[in-house]
Design a binder for this molecule. Sequence first.
Ligand code: ADP
Ligand code: MG
Ligand code: MG
Length: 895
Amino acid sequence: MAGYVYDFSAGNKDMKDLLGGKGANLAEMTNLGLPVPPGFTITTEACRSYLASGDVPPELRVEVTMAVRRLEDALGRRLGDFHEPLLVSVRSGAKFSMPGMMDTVLNIGLNDASVQGLAQYSDDERFAWDSYRRLIQMFGKTVLGIDGDLFADALDKAKAARGVTSDVDLSASDLQTLVAQFKAIVLDVSGREFPQHPREQLDLAIVSVFESWNTDRAKMYRRRERIPNDLGTAVNVMSMVFGNLGATSGTGVCFTRDPSTGVAGVYGDYLSNAQGEDVVAGIRNTLTLADFEELDPAAYADLTLAMRRLETHYRDLCDIEFTVERGKLWMLQTRVGKRTAAAAFRIATQLVDEHLITMDEALERVTGAQLSKLMFPQFDFRSEKVLLANGMAASPGAAVGAAVFDSVTAQKWKAEGKDVILVRRETNPDDLGGMIASVGVLTSRGGKTSHAAVVARGMGTTCVVGADDIVVNAVERVFTAGGHMVAEGDTIAIDGSTGEVFLGDVAVVPSPVAHYLEHGLEAAIDAAGDDSEIIDLVEAVDRILTHADSVRRLHVHANADTAEDARRARSLNAQGIGLCRTEHMFLGDRRVMIERVILAVEPAEKQAAFDALLPLQRADFTELLEVMDGLPTTIRLIDPPLHEFLPDHTDLAVKVALAQARGEADEHDLALLAAVQRMREANPMLGLRGVRLGLVIPGLFALQIRAVAEAVAARLLAGGDPHAEIMVPLVASVMELHLVRDQALEIIREVGEEAGVTLHIPVGTMIELPRACLTADRIAEAAEFFSFGTNDLTQTTWGFSRDDVEGAFFDEYTSLGVLAVSPFESVDTRGVGRLIRIAVEEGRKVRPELMIGVCGEHGGDPESIHFFHEAGLDYVSCSPFRVPIARLEAGRAQV
Ligand code: ADP
Ligand code: MG
Ligand code: MG
């Protein structure tokens, strides 16, 4: 047998690839001796095989038969039996949890005969019919693809006819009538009878789980979360236990710690006489676990014991789905719980303090993405606000946007560039597109474990749920709250850390973590006043970041063009400047000076233009080196094609033509137009730029090199400790570098003599062309350091012009599976990464002490940082605000 089926007792938590997250953890709980209803898992391999061939592998049918028989024998009950029927649930479960993505079918095995058996065996006729109507409803919707509203409406009508508001108030005979109606709906819409044979129900449900892997919303979620498309899902078949067996039964969801703050304790929702999704769907108002404790102290005690065991075992926050059947606790699911960014840091340090994990492990438990979320601004508590409602804080952040009431409008408005907040009574998986498009999500129903809350937390989207003062009218596209009426398009603001909902725009202030990062722990604690949650948070971030700094091998530099940027970078603990782009110094007022350089005809004219620029550049560099005193400061010579400093061709041509039509012609404009025409390039990315400029336009690099050297001399004479380095862009051949370097050494020597100081200014190069990587051994002969320019290297390796491809067709490329993620976001380790490895190896062969860094956007990208660490680089350089993220990830790469 191919081994497509594993009993729960045969797996363990490390088998997520094969058994999916849910299956692996069910197996783990089974082995821990926790009360898990027995069952089995069909592997992701079976799913992949089904998706590839369009058919269930024949071995799977046989293995399912064997597994069902083992289950029947163990429990002494049979699927579809007339007396004591065995019922099962069919549940999806991929390797990575995809909340609400795949639908679960409960009560499989019920039919017109076994429903009687269930009634008899449970001695509860109402329960039996309730279970049967649930099966037809879920099966109809999920497996047969029938619009769920048809069933929901029939249910509502039945309640209205009885004059009750809750489904628990329907009697056995009401439910029996409802079952008949549901079966009629099935026949009517699908053209077939509701399948009576339990094995047929089971097989159809299994296939439907396989197919749910490829629904649009599953694909959309995976794209967003960067989950590969080819993993497939496992299927869990589990014997049913019943939370809908009267008042002593129920179902619930809980966390071992508060998932938003990390505070130790018991958090969750419980609903008595309910099954499955009732808790998270917000159908009836849930009880707290404190209420549950009063209701059923024995089951509650078992639950707390199970939670403690899970936390000890996983040494992390777990979330749990459980059911109580006539007072007996059953564990239906657990996993290491999703959490907010703030909770991730706080939980990690708390677990260290409880001696459950080490500091290294704490570092592994948080991510750069989480840290970056914490750096976002929050609402200004001093600003005037109109409070509309108070809901539950489900996912932190401060979101301001236009209220929208449906997913389609959310996506449309987002595409038009608007910030929107999706307002719903409650969300369901169909709202995913709208949730992704929104800056915030607001619901009037549901708790911290509702669909909206779980999904928003996973996506890092600000979310407030259960704001029950809000009355949503999705048809009229308005909601009312606190005496106000809010229409579609009106601005609202929601605070995902407090649960508050405000009318209109609300001012936002920087986050306490950002404050800490820039001003240090003491300042942040001072600023926090007596808000102990904020103090706990910044202390946790500080401890983990300090630990990351103490273990990491990679240094973190910043890209900074001005003294102001450099100051910011230093305050964020950057260990140097990895890239100072000098072209930014030629913009604004100084643009005319570059124009003069370009237009100069006589060498003397050109020199005069350079001479005018020299003191300005020198002042820039002196200021920069003063801020960066004591730290390496890598200054790149001018890189972009010079026509970027000239006016736009079309604008200028029109201006000249208009002037000529009036019989006037400005000499300067004419000369400029001629220059613009002369310098036009079909592909500027691959034209006259970088080192090529330096070699073709005499005096340009010389000016910049002299300015750097004079700035260094000035700083030395002022008693400073400047560490300037000169970086040559876009080198493809070592000869280019030799020519620039010889000139540079000459100028540096000259300036040193003039000033009477000895100057040491290393000259190195960017490695950003495939040829440079492949000939890195030669280039290392002339380069004192390498810095990978991964943006250009990605462009030239893939032959992608970034500006032309990203918006144009990367989405298609992602759906086609050509790209998992844009190579401009995360470094393409196979291709570009291979070139990087070659260059590192070849370069160090010639010059073992060669300093190697990276200064593209990738220097601040978590995944790329792990690659650079592994590839043996010395530092990454990124924009100042990403420096803390890079410090954290560099630490994580080490442990
Ligand atoms: P999801 O992945 O969307 O959470 P699940 O497979 O966990 O879906 O199923 C949803 C809910 O259905 C569970 O939380 C549980 O309450 C209920 N459920 C699933 N299987 C069983 C079962 N064998 N007995 C009782 N309830 C079940
Ligand atoms: Mg679940
Ligand atoms: Mg470049």
